[in-house]
Write a protein that binds this ligand. Structure first.
Ligand SMILES: Cc1cc2nc3c(=O)[nH]c(=O)nc-3n(C[C@H](O)[C@H](O)[C@H](O)COP(=O)(O)O)c2cc1C
Length: 170
């Protein structure tokens, strides 16, 4: 599939069919994370794949009761394993690196017919307890994933001329 088609057609999916995600598809999504770029190619990340029903319910609770997370066949919890590295530009590397990997996974999933939703609203401490994540590791996102059981939603976006300028900030 054309990358731009994937980018323009993907939308967040919050209702999933109970159909399980095939192992080969899951592996391809995880490969998309593995092959993502990272600052200095450090790859300081870990992706926890959760299929256990009870664990997913607990994650949904940690995500302020966003119950659809518990209904997804798979939930990927994306973590940065080294949070101290600050890039020369002042940004922490792990948030950027892990976010790129999540974006790549989301696009790969879409190409495979799978729906996802980026989850940024969750209690990190609670999430870490549920999954036995060590203290120094940071949780960047949860990504519930499964076959969509909802029509694609319309994109609401600013126009290009509102977000792009040329030669200097305007
Ligand atoms: C950093 C980030 C955090 C988000 N957190 C949540 C969330 O906690 N729950 C949720 O339902 N959607 C969440 N979303 C999804 C956005 O609401 C969604 O991407 C946005 O409205 C655009 O819609 P689209 O994904 O369908 O194009 C998040 C998206 C991003 C990028």
């Amino acid at each position: 599939m054309d990358v731009f088609v994937t980018i323009s057609q993907r939308s967040s999916v919050r209702t999933y069919k109970p159909t399980d995600v095939e192992e080969d598809k899951l592996k391809k999504v995880m490969e998309a994370a593995r092959l993502s770029p990272s600052a200095s190619n450090r790859q300081e990340w870990k992706f926890i794949v959760v299929r256990n029903r009870e664990t997913k319910k607990k994650l949904a609770k940690a995500a302020f009761g966003q119950s659809f997370i518990g209904e997804a066949p798979v939930v990927i919890v994306a973590c940065g394993t080294e949070s101290k590295a600050i890039m020369a530009c002042g940004q922490p590397a792990y948030t950027v690196d892990v976010s790129i990997a999540c974006a790549f996974m989301i696009l790969q999933a879409y190409e495979l017919g799978l729906g996802t939703c980026w989850i940024g609203a969750f209690k990190e401490d609670e999430t870490k307890k549920i999954l036995s994540i060590p203290e120094h590791v940071r949780v960047v996102a949860m990504i519930p994933m499964g076959y969509p059981d909802q029509p694609p939603s319309q994109k609401s976006r600013k126009n290009l001329d509102q977000i792009v300028c040329f030669e200097k900030y305007e």
